[in-house]
Design a binder for this molecule. Structure first.
Ligand code: NAD
Length: 495
């Protein structure tokens, strides 16, 4: 049984409820995860609340040293993390290592916390009066995370929150919960006091309790758009600060002048990496003019060489999907695409992996002549399904992206600087690649899409993370001086 981590120790679940954790490569249930009751969530929040005053007052350099120590420990356990991710999520070991590395960058950013929390100071804003700002932690904050990056997405949150002086309750995805426990053990080993970081496993019961708990000040969420919307509405209704990052349908435009080999490499890497289970995956390639006829054969040639297999298998480039239920959903979309008249150039449903017949595999799938009214265009499939939409003009391609309800990531492939600049200026998307298919910002910038890909005004990690996990206090100070001005009921005017 995979248990909770509360107040510095593993706590067996007491709700009597659990959920299956699969090995996606074999399709077998490999473990069960405890699903928390309301009382167990309350216990975790109480531990975090009790730990807050001590942690809030811990010197900045102490918080910094914990982050430095944790960074070293994660680096030393990178392969342990990666193996857990591959075993529960299904992604290849190499991809899993990359995930941990990207998460680690946020820990590295958080190591600079003494610098990042510096306030502003203005001397003599009025005679003998100084003004300055300080940023203080919020209290107990919670993170609710998706299955697709079980190590990295929590790392987008807790290093920042903790370094800022908050205490944290993490509710990871119940589909692949174990990486969070390794993180908890390593944070404890790094010197983090008990209760500062807690992990509570669970489903909607735990999420709902987090959203209404009076002692939780803020909630960070990453997941699908409908749940992000629900989390944002419910959390803010209960007076919390909420950032909720949602789903995506990322388009990549290929102009006729693009380097077609570069574009094909990018479409295949960003379309099928992690079996399409990335919020920054490319799922739609919009070709302009005659680009399709030169691009598609190159994509097909590359698909033909992809090695699909269990994530632990050396040389595997793409693993299975996370659960049988998700595999069935993806397969259902492929059937819909066919029924709606798109041209199915590669059908991933036919893939069989010898020895792993019951694994949740779907091979790389490619549709051509997809139109915007089709289900495969409109919905986030979150699987290895790439759709090619043919646009006559560049303006049509841009309009298509701007009409999409999602706005997470996008890219344009071109060798024309003017066309690229038009894209960067007009496109209604939060993260934009120019000849780069997955524009995921490094930790010293913040991550966040636009439109239905985010609810709330803060991106995650980076400078926005500091702002989200702290609130500003403004001070105006005057120390007694010999000139006493007497009573003045007028509104202060300075000079
Ligand atoms: P999900 O929305 O199903 O689950 C996310 C979290 O919400 C999980 O912890 C889950 O337990 C919880 N949850 C699920 N259903 C709930 C409900 N009805 N009520 C309350 N809580 C609920 O997402 P997922 O399938 O785990 O992850 C994939 C999704 O996450 C995709 O849509 C992907 O685009 C998105 N994602 C977005 C980003 C981003 O940065 N924008 C990053 C990664 C993933």
């Amino acid at each position: 049984m995979i248990n909770h981590w509360i107040d510095g120790a593993l706590r067996p679940g007491r709700s009597g409820k659990s959920g299956p954790v699969y090995d996606p490569a074999t399709g077998r249930v490999q473990d069960e995860v405890a699903l928390a009751s309301v009382e167990e969530v309350d216990e975790a929040v109480a531990a975090a609340k009790a730990a807050f005053p001590g942690w809030r007052d811990a010197p900045l350099v102490r918080r910094q040293r914990v982050m430095f120590a944790y960074r070293e420990l994660v680096q030393n356990h990178l392969d342990d993390f990666a193996k857990i991710l591959t075993m529960e999520h299904g992604k290849t070991l190499d991809d899993a290592r990359g995930e941990v590395q990207r998460g680690l960058e946020v820990v590295e950013f958080a190591c600079a916390i003494p610098h990042l929390l510096k306030g502003e100071f203005s001397e003599q804003v009025s005679t003998g009066v100084d003004t300055f700002t300080i940023r203080q932690p919020l209290g107990v904050v919670a993170g609710i995370t998706p299955f697709n990056f079980p190590a990295m997405v929590p790392m987008w949150m807790y290093p920042m929150a903790i370094a800022c002086g908050n205490t944290f309750v993490l509710k990871p995805s119940e589909k692949d919960p174990s990486a969070s426990l390794l993180a908890a053990e390593l944070l404890a080993e790094a010197g983090l006091p008990a209760g500062v970081f807690n992990v509570i496993h669970g489903d909607k019961v735990a999420v709902d309790r987090i959203l209404e708990h009076p002692d939780i000040a803020a909630v960070s969420f990453v997941g699908s758009t409908p749940i992000a919307h629900y989390v944002y509405e419910t959390g803010t209704r209960h007076g919390k600060r909420v950032q909720a990052l949602g789903g995506a349908k990322n388009h990549m435009i290929v102009l006729p002048d693009a380097d077609m080999d570069l574009a094909a490499d990018a479409a295949v890497s960003a379309g099928y990496g992690s079996a399409g289970e990335r919020c920054m995956a490319i799922s739609v390639v919009v070709t302009v003019g005659d680009a399709a006829d030169r691009l598609i054969p190159r994509i097909e040639e590359r698909i033909g060489k992809l090695s699909v297999g269990p994530g632990l298998q050396p040389g595997a480039e793409m693993g299975p999907l996370v659960t049988g239920e998700h595999r069935d959903r993806v397969v259902g979309f492929i059937a819909k695409g066919e029924a709606e008249g798109a041209t199915l150039l590669r059908d991933g449903r036919t893939l069989k992996i010898e020895g792993n017949e019951d694994g949740f595999f779907v091979g790389p799938t490619l549709f051509d002549h997809v139109t915007t009214d089709m289900a495969i265009y409109q919905h986030e499939i979150f699987g290895p399904v790439l759709s090619v939409v043919r646009a006559e003009r560049y303006e049509d391609a841009i309009r298509m992206i701007n009409d999409s309800p999602y706005g997470n990531g996008t890219a344009v492939f071109t060798n024309d600087g003017g066309a690229a600049r038009k894209f960067q200026n007009e496109i209604q998307v939060g993260m934009v690649g120019i000849n780069v298919p997955i524009p995921v910002p490094l930790s010293f910038y913040s991550f966040g899409g636009w439109k239905d890909s985010i609810f709330g005004s803060h991106g995650i990690y980076g400078p926005d993370g500091i702002h989200f996990y702290t609130r500003q206090k403004l001070l105006i100070t005057r120390w007694p001086d010999p000139i006493h001005r007497g009573v003045d009921l007028g509104f202060p005017q300075h000079g």
